[in-house]
Design a protein around this ligand. Structure first.
Ligand code: NAD
Ligand code: TDX
Length: 358
């Protein structure tokens, strides 16, 4: 089986590519990525020479490129992760999110339809990796997002992901395309671009800079270790029902301020600083526009139907994450300076210019 994985040079995509390349030596894994500021082939250095792995640089917003790639490579399945993924950027540049997340997804859906439909869809899968943010925002309290929660996206990012989910379902209902979807909560772990809260905070703590907490830090997110998201994607890809959706979450809600305090204490412990040193860098800043109050996922369906569960506790995952960033400060230095794009410039050409972490 040849699987086209899009966005494989990004945070989650690189963990999915590594899992599939190492766990399924009989599969051919083709990683399609435009290498935007968020794509980094350093993330895959350890597996780039594997015989069942190949990288193709290309942009899913270019229909001619997508069509030519499908015609030439004839993938049997697609796992689609390529996206613009940062909510703050979607507030300042919403059109980039429409182009990649909406139009890019439609180009892929239609290329898959045109490749697979003539000989029949048997054995094919188009799997769209999506987010819990499509469900909107919860109040404090016991409610959780289930697969039946109505869509209510509120940011340009979540609106673009909700739109792409709708298009995936439309290609299923209209053309019979064999699709699967999953909607996951906030991921954390190695190789996370340091514009997102956890790696941004670690980066700023290690360089002695203020850690910005939006508003009063009361917003709640449900955190899942990225390697556990990758195993969930493996489960849905192989055992999920066609046409169906699975929510994925860590049953692990934290208010942002509490989370940052925990992270500060972990950094102090691992760097040998006196307890309380890092907390002094916590700084309250202006809130994000339209900041969703709370996300929390009900993972009962994927747990009971597919037998998936997270492998690490939050304590273990956070300890491993802080240790990884402290051991891989060269990775943080290169992504915050944009050096990794220069490194690969000769080989694959340059993507969009990197925005340094604040
Ligand atoms: P990321 O920003 O780290 O990586 C995205 C990747 O897509 C990058 O490698 C980038 O180069 C590539 N890409 C962007 N535009 C492209 C284009 N036009 N053509 C080809 N490649 C392009 O994102 P991530 O955090 O790894 O998220 C991956 C997917 O998972 C996204 O679809 C996101 O919506 C979804 N998701 C993320 C989270 C999370 O917490 N990060 C949670 C749930 C769902
Ligand atoms: O500097 C910061 N300070 C801060 O308080 C940043 C970057 C964030 N925050 C807050 C905003 C959120 O409440 O922390 C929380 C987490 O923020 P992000 O890391 O930007 O993640 P979020 O907006 O929750 O979206 C993430 O989870 C769902 C991913 O970026 C999405 O791609 C995914 O779909």
């Amino acid at each position: 089986m040849k699987i086209l994985i899009t966005g494989g040079a990004g945070f989650i995509g690189s963990h999915v590519v590594r899992l599939f390349v190492t766990k399924y030596p009989d599969y051919q894994i083709l990683n399609l990525d435009a290498l935007t500021y968020a794509g980094n082939l350093e993330n895959l250095r350890d597996i780039e020479a594997a015989p069942n792995y190949r990288f193709v640089k290309g942009d899913i917003t270019d229909p001619a490129f997508v069509d030519a790639l499908f015609a030439e490579e004839k993938p049997d399945a697609v796992i689609h992760l390529a996206a613009e993924s940062h909510v703050d950027r979607s507030i300042t540049d919403p059109l980039a999110f429409v182009r990649t997340n909406v139009l890019g997804t439609v180009h892929l859906l239609d290329a898959a339809r045109r490749l697979w439909q003539p000989a029949g869809y048997d054995g094919h899968t188009f799997y769209h990796v999506s987010t819990d943010e499509v469900y909107g925002s919860l109040d404090f309290g016991p409610d959780l997002f289930t697969e039946a929660t109505p869509y209510d996206p509120r940011s340009p990012y979540s609106a673009s992901k909700a739109s792409s989910d709708h298009f995936v379902r439309a290609w299923h209902h209209t053309y019979g395309l064999p699709v699967k979807l999953s909607n996951c909560s906030n991921n954390y772990g190695p190789n996370h671009f340091p514009e997102k809260l956890i790696p941004l905070a670690i980066h700023r703590l290690r360089t002695g800079q203020p850690v910005p907490v939006y508003g009063r830090g009361e917003n709640v997110r449900d955190w899942l270790f990225v390697k556990d998201h990758a195993t969930a994607i493996d489960a849905v890809f192989h055992r999920g029902r066609l046409g169906d959706t699975y929510n994925i979450g860590g049953v692990n809600e934290w208010q942002n301020l509490k989370l940052i305090e925990l992270l500060c204490d972990e950094v102090d412990e691992q760097t040998g600083q006196p307890a309380g040193t890092s907390r002094q860098l916590i700084t309250f800043v202006q809130d994000r526009a339209g900041h969703d109050l709370r996300y929390a996922i009900d993972s009962a369906k994927i747990m009971s139907e597919l037998g998936w569960k997270p492998s690490v506790t939050f304590e273990q995952g956070l300890r491993q994450t802080v240790a990884w960033y402290l051991e891989n400060q060269a990775w943080l230095d290169s992504v915050t300076s944009g050096a990794y794009q220069t490194y690969y410039q000769g080989q694959y050409g340059r993507g969009a210019s990197p925005a340094p972490a604040r």
